[in-house]
Ligand binder design. Structure first.
Ligand SMILES: *Cc1c(COP(=O)(O)O)cnc(C)c1O
Length: 464
């Protein structure tokens, strides 16, 4: 390892508290230092080039190194680096981005509230749905129904809406008035039923929860079209149509968290369009700027926006960086490039089906219990016994082993327990998809070899 890398690692260890990180483990192993990137590849300080199967953190939809985005940022920094849009002011980049987003969004969505991140977008959505019902003269309609194992961000509201037990176990109580219903995770929780029956069952659990709470107390249901951080969980085909039918029977709002599924991931501009959903609010972030600068927002339906506006008075909510001009200019250029280059259609018509065909071939691997994908998001379920689908002993941390071996093979995948996830940049080519699948298979083969060895004595080591 080079002395520069060692120096970065030492400073990192000494001063940098990372997000979602076990610092003891990190201290022992040292950070991987990423220094530059282009297209679908990242480079580390040791000169290794890795295929970024995660698009950064589900966000670099347009790929790395786009000069157009750098140039528009530089121009905007020179022209107007910052101004707010509080107190009856606005500026061209935020206005143009708002117009563009509403043109891409479903017809009943014509307004956007800007935030700095996806977490802030979900905080905004939570406050907005409750404020909406108060304005409607129904201040008791306050409870938000979310799902187990959902991810809606890391702020207090984001964590509370999310359904991740480890997060909820830290940092004290969350926001009151949020309840959770089962997630449509067939491989993990529903395999005694058919996927179709399990999807219906999860939708029925939502309806049961609405009835238990009383419709008059329920403000909204929030969900990701496909759960991302929870494990790239693609619901059974029956799930969303049944949920739609349930929601149609009650007067509660639908918040569709588009932070990952938005901007082409599922082959439509929004995951809601893929599943035919009519959301009242759509939190967005990540792919909005392809991650080049931090920006998020909430797309607001006419129903909610008109109530907020017509009721008069102020919504006491907003962020210093709401609609930040440089972030907005970069986001707008990102959307224009995605559109001009036909990226979203290519995911739908070519790359999504191609990935599905290649990725599902991994299902024949002895370690893989299920290989699934939709658009350019995919997952592998790792199992100890293929026939029964029995999982590995958690202590073996087989998911982490495969993730580390995948890095060795030159591919960034992510592990969530014993589920491996990919979510590559949307500009990936067919050849690069082949490369991704080949590297994933190499990692699985090596993991299988080590796990077989473990039966005969040697321990499964962490990959250094
Ligand atoms: C990442 C994510 C968030 C949080 O976004 P941040 O920008 O990290 O605050 C919210 N919802 C979903 C579905 C996400 O994947």
């Amino acid at each position: 390892m080079s002395s520069t890398t060692r120096e970065w690692q030492a400073l990192d260890r000494a001063h940098y508290l990372h997000p979602f990180t076990d610092h003891q483990a990190l201290g022992e192993e040292g950070s991987r230092v990423i220094t530059r990137a282009e297209g679908v590849y990242i480079h580390d300080s040791e000169g290794r080039r890795l295929l970024d199967g995660m698009a950064g953190l589900w966000c670099v939809n347009l790929g790395y190194g786009r000069r157009e985005l750098a140039e528009v940022a530089a121009e905007q920094l020179r022209e107007l680096p910052y101004y707010n849009s509080f107190f009856k002011t606005t500026h061209p980049p935020a206005v143009r981005l708002a117009e563009k987003l509403c043109a891409l969004a479903p017809d009943h969505v014509n307004r956007v509230f800007f935030t700095g991140s996806g977490s802030e977008a979900n905080d905004t959505a939570l406050r907005m749905v409750r404020h909406y019902w108060a304005l409607k003269g129904k201040p008791r309609k306050q409870v938000v129904i979310a799902r187990d194992n959902a991810y809606h961000g890391s702020t207090v509201a984001g964590m509370s809406l999310g359904g991740m037990a480890p997060m909820q176990g830290q940092g004290g109580p969350g926001v009151p008035g949020i309840v959770h219903v089962p997630q449509p995770y067939w491989f993990g929780e529903g395999r005694e039923r058919t996927p179709a029956a399990f999807g219906r069952e999860c939708a029925a659990a939502l309806e049961a929860k609405i009835l238990e709470l009383g419709e008059e107390n329920v403000a909204a249901f929030i969900a990701e079209p496909v759960q991302g951080a929870g494990g790239a969980i693609i619901p059974p085909d029956s799930y969303w149509p049944e949920v739609r039918a349930v929601l149609a029977r009650y007067d509660i709002l639908l918040v569709v968290d588009e932070v990952i599924c938005g901007f082409g991931r599922l082959g439509e501009w929004f995951g809601s369009q893929h599943y035919g959903l009519q959301p009242d609010l759509m939190p967005i972030a990540k792919g909005l700027s392809s991650g080049y600068l931090p920006i998020g927002g909430v797309l607001v339906s006419d129903r909610v926006a008109e109530t907020l506006i017509e009721a008069g008075g102020e919504f006491f909510h907003g962020f210093t960086y709401s609609g930040h001009p440089v972030c907005a200019a970069v986001a707008l250029k990102n959307l224009e490039l995605l559109e001009a280059e036909g990226v979203v259609e290519r995911v739908r018509d070519d790359l999504g089906p191609y990935l599905a065909e290649r990725w599902t071939r991994l299902a024949t691997h002895p370690l893989v219990g299920e290989a699934r994908s939709l658009g350019l998001i995919g997952a592998l379920e790792l199992v100890a016994d293929k026939a029964s689908g029995r999982r590995f002993d958690k202590a073996l941390a087989v998911g982490n082993l495969c993730r580390d071996l995948s890095l060795e093979a030159g591919l960034v995948m992510r592990s969530v327990g014993d589920t491996l996830i990919i979510s590559p940049p949307l500009v990936i080519t067919r050849d690069q998809i082949d490369e991704l699948v080949t590297r994933a298979r190499r990692a699985l083969d090596e993991a299988a070899r080590r796990l077989t060895a473990v039966d005969h004595g040697p321990s499964v080591g962490r990959v250094s």
